[in-house]
Ligand binder design. Sequence first.
Ligand code: AHR
Length: 575
Amino acid sequence: MTANSTSRRAFLQTSALAASALALRSHSLVSQSTQVDAHIEVLPGEPIGVISPEIYSHFIEQLGGVVYDGVWVGEKSKIPNQGGIRTSFIEMMRAVQAPVLRWPGGCFADSYDWHDGLGPRDARPSRAGFWDQQDSNHYGLHEFMRTCRLIGCKPYLAANVRTQPARDFYQEIEYCNAPAGDLPSNSAALDEPDALATLRAANGDRDPFNVDLWGVGNESWGCGGNMTPEEYAAAFRRYTAWVPKYGRDLRFVAVGPNGDDVDWTTRLFKALYANPERRHLWGLSIHYYTSGSAARFADGDALKFGDDEHYDLLTRGSLMEKIILDHWTAMGNLPGHPSSPGQPQVKLVVDEWGAWYNKGTELGPNYNYTQQSTMRDALLAAITFDIFQRHADKVGVAAVAQSVNCLHSLMLAQGDKVTLTPTFHVFKMYLPHRGGQAVRAEFTAPAISNPLGSTPIQVGGNSYIGALAPVKTLAGLSGSASMAAKGSGSGNVLILSVVNPHLTRPMTTEITIHGASAASSTGMVLASHDIHDHNDFARPDAVKAVAAEVIAPSGGKLRHTFPPGSVTTLQITLA
Ligand code: AHR
């Protein structure tokens, strides 16, 4: 712990002691404050794009305690479940209105045979999965689809491109999407002569699963096959050309870079566009994790960190914006530089993001990559969402890695013990943005210097390590703005989300809305006395979002004080 955080705690303790005395007077105190530390200028006349609800998507993998325990507890479990699926997981995903759920990996996907998870559970083969774990296959395709139905979300399947031929992929699409009945079939198995739709019905699901989002492999530069971009481009074409569609527009997602590997994207698009037959490419996946350590990937401690490490992690997390811009450019999306004239624009699919720390806070030996999640991680999640929203025209889908019991989770679960992380609250706080029109907003606040921003930044996923140039400053205040979706019942409402990453400095901010006047405002705030604060099984409500104290607008402008180390969302009704 550094001197800075001690002084912050002292500040907060003083504030806390004074808080009750000041509570009744707080409105007038804030409104009387003449000092303004920062400005936010919102420009509703400068739309960016509609915020896809799918940027708030999810990811689960057969890894550690994610699926087995986090999601699947089995029908006979004493843990409350719905047909074997943990009820608290379903409830958590409903609470954040999860739009899309990705499965079965991750690296696990590229050695997984989807046939293994079909049929009576007791007869399914047990296999060694990618993560050195025995997989009973009790959680298979039908269980996953049932999970999605219970949550009310769309499935996003990652196909195995490393160890299965293209035919298995065609058959998986047929199995998922062919209408019920005995149809001409891609099934070539002598012992399974039935159309795959008939087999699906025999396994309990007569109606098609209607999966339209398909990841064609995962991290094919690493655990997905150690391919070059040119090799992967050839595989992508082979797996996606002339696949049976069953009347649906399939959204194929190609494997994109690890972090900011622009060379991968440039060469991949060159190779893909060399053949004009590329109408199936809908999205390019990006994986960007923020390591807990400036010096090493997947290092640092989830709970024990100093102030410098806090600022450094958020600085490196903010690089998501550079990564989006770099790859958008590399894909040939800049005006006047179309790589593929006449073709629809390829979207970015950030289907793995989050903080990645070293071991030390996992729930137990079988919980590979579970880690605790503090207020720092909540701020990282908010900064990430704000970046996605500022680039609503580019990012079509994004999925946190992973929803439960792994890396940047919303929930930790072990047996009958469950807790929600601070990141869960950020997902909830950002709900009003969904489907809204993102608009430009300018933030002016003193930047925070990053004392650790002097060495190259290690980035990577499970398979590949690269480095980015050091970054020396972090925005003193950042966020995003949107006009609430028409028909959301919110009328003429501006949604503004703001992160104050500073550990001791409250930011009194003047908010101006160009071309409109603020009439009233409500808000939610997630803040805590200590940035290390987190929820655990013993104290599941230690950190949670509460209603923000807002003061009435004056002269059409709003003044708001954003507490240190906080995430705030304001809903501002315009006159
Ligand atoms: O999310 C954990 C792992 O990180 C995924 O399996 C892989 O895709 C990435 O490297």
